[in-house]
Design a protein around this ligand. Structure first.
Ligand code: OGA
Ligand code: NI
Length: 346
């Protein structure tokens, strides 16, 4: 008898197992300790962006600056992405991950340098323990360079995702202006320093997991980019490290969660820090989350803003191109030690 080929995608593995395969089991020291978890998210800063264009702008910039300084993450509402665009984005994502296996596999690749691909876990070529996740990763700016590579099933996929990407980019630019101002920089500082800009997105699909306490959807990590704008469906799973404790951030419909990535830490010369976060899974429900990773273009030179460097605050990081960082990120794997240490000034 010929053995059935092993499945590439977790969604298809998860369908058939009542306990998790051994390669997903984390060492005991690396499991999430549910007892130490704070579940209240009442204190997570929620910034109402309505006032960003009016007389309240400076007050909002202060709020954003305080959130960046203290937590490295905040939620926004009245952010300008229409609810229908968000509904359609979540809906088409679910439809994609519910397609038959042979249809999904058309997008499969384990090469992290491919600009559109469906994959599983994080980087199966380098990691030792798997993560309970499939993900579709798409480069999405400039749209016209990438949209032809995206899945064309469901038939409305490209149109719906393009629409979402355009709105998220506008939001990202407004937030980057606000963050620049909050650091005392010109409002177009980030815009200029990111070269011709890049935007990536992941559509994360976490299938229900028979033994969620033994594994992660995504282990603790910091994002590689400038800022991440996260959309979540109604299922909890995201946790953020805050004051040394893991805090569950339960999804609020239509709010977008912003977190700072490694590039902000470099550009702000360590004033703002990228934030450690992770995703846990559960045994009852699938979960979809959609981070947009707003990035510098590969050729952009990243280094601390000159006006944030002086005798008292020497440059913490050396300069590098984003392409250099991006490659290290995929090699390094997801772990709490981000690649930032490799880019310290000597
Ligand atoms: C990520 C991430 C969090 C989530 O994809 O980088 O942190 O809630 N996702 O899925
Ligand atoms: Ni992340």
């Amino acid at each position: 008898m010929i053995a059935a080929p092993s499945k590439l995608l977790l969604a298809d593995i998860a369908q058939t197992c009542s306990s998790i395969p051994s390669n997903f089991i984390r060492p005991i020291s690396d499991r999430h300790n549910l007892h130490g978890l704070k579940t209240s998210d009442a204190s997570i800063p929620l910034v109402d962006l309505q006032g960003l264009t009016g007389p309240c702008r400076s007050k909002l910039i202060k709020e954003i600056g305080a959130a960046c300084l203290k937590d490295g993450f905040f939620q926004v509402k009245n952010h300008g992405i229409p609810e229908s665009v968000i509904d359609n984005m979540l809906c088409v994502s679910r439809e994609f991950f519910h397609l038959p296996e042979h249809e999904r596999l058309k997008s499969y690749s384990d090469d992290p340098m491919k600009t559109s691909r469906l994959s599983t876990s994080f980087n199966i070529k380098t990691e030792k323990v798997g993560s309970w996740r499939d993900y579709l990763r798409l480069h999405c700016y400039p749209l016209e360079d990438f949209v032809r590579e995206w899945p064309d099933n469901p038939p409305c996929f490209r149109q719906v995702v393009s629409e979402y990407c355009k709105h998220v980019r506008e939001l990202a630019l407004r937030i980057l202006e606000a963050i620049s101002e909050s650091l005392g920089l010109e409002s177009d500082f980030m815009n200029k320093v990111l070269g011709s800009h890049a935007q990536h997105m992941a559509i994360n699909y976490y299938p229900p997991c028979p033994q969620p306490e033994l594994t992660y959807g995504l282990p603790g990590h910091k994002d590689h980019n400038v800022i991440t704008l996260l959309l979540q469906d109604g299922v909890s799973g995201l946790q953020v490290l805050r004051d040394g404790k893991w805090v569950a951030i339960n999804p609020e419909p239509y709010n977008v969660l912003i977190n700072l990535g490694d590039q902000i830490q470099v550009l702000s010369n360590g004033k703002y820090n990228s934030v450690l976060h992770r995703a846990v899974v559960n045994s009852n429900s699938e979960r979809i989350s959609i981070p947009t990773f707003y990035c510098p273009s590969p050729d952009a030179v990243i280094k601390p803003a000159e006006s944030l460097v002086d005798e008292e605050h020497p440059s913490v990081y050396r300069s590098f191109t984003y392409a250099e960082y991006y490659e290290k990120f995929w090699d390094n794997g997801l772990n709490s030690e981000s690649c930032l240490d490799m880019f310290k000034a000597s």
